[in-house]
Design a protein around this ligand. Structure first.
Ligand code: MG
Length: 230
């Protein structure tokens, strides 16, 4: 029970609920675990809220750790969710404007789960928010648009805000091009090649990296740059 007398939903309850979204149960469960761990050290942030499925899991982990989740999305749907595209959902079309609007359903999800004191929506393009952002983050989850320039822009705009030891999580990693688009995988590899991250086990298509503590070298860093050190 929260301060307003609403029932708090736990991870077992969540797995019984139906959400709109594109994420396997095992991936969602991992998001919950990572958020619960990270949120003790600072706010978490996700890029790509859609209708709130991942925010439900990340947010439940944050609430249990006494933390918060900022959830950034312009809520007008990504490239592949527009009318006529592969992931178009007519339920999300606002008849008044003729455009996609995922914000009402996102708000409903957060209210139904009593997460309104934990999940803080930010309705804007992520690079605009990042330009004015100053708070160090303990977890960044990238799951916005899947065009290369969008994933790369989300990564490069936010990565400097991740605390040492924090998690960088990227969804829709497909090493096999026949199984899915390559932009998230490409950006995942760029992050790894920077030498700033340790690679943690992947869960289906959920790539999980951990920012190296200040002053430590990852294996990637040693391999690539080791010869330059004296
Ligand atoms: Mg995704």
């Amino acid at each position: 029970m929260d301060l307003n007398g609403n029932l708090e939903v736990n991870i077992d309850d969540l797995s019984k609920l139906a959400f709109k979204g594109f994420m396997a149960d095992e991936e969602a469960g991992r998001l919950y675990e990572l958020a619960k761990d990270a949120a003790r050290f600072g706010p978490c942030l996700e890029i790509g809220s859609y209708c709130g499925r991942s925010a439900a899991y990340l947010g439940t982990g944050c609430r249990e750790a006494g933390g918060v989740l900022f959830s950034v999305d312009h809520h007008q749907g990504s490239e592949e969710q527009q009318p006529g595209q592969e992931y178009y959902d007519p339920d999300l079309l606002d008849p008044a404007t003729g455009r996609i609007n995922t914000f009402p359903l996102f708000c409903r999800t957060i209210l139904e789960l009593s997460l309104q004191d934990t999940v803080i929506p930010i309705v804007a393009r992520s690079e605009v928010v990042a330009r004015f952002w100053q708070t160090p983050l303990s977890l960044i989850f990238i799951d916005g648009g899947h065009a290369f320039e969008t994933v790369f822009s989300d990564y490069s705009a936010w990565v400097s805000h991740l605390k040492p030891g924090g998690y960088l999580i990227i969804h829709d990693i497909f090493p096999d091009p026949a199984k899915g688009g390559q932009a998230p995988y490409c950006v995942y590899n760029m992050a790894l090649a920077s030498g700033l991250f340790f690679e943690l086990p992947m869960v289906q298509t959920l790539g999980v990296l951990q920012r190296a503590p200040a002053g430590s070298l990852t294996d990637e860093s040693k391999t690539r740059w080791g010869r330059l050190q004296t």
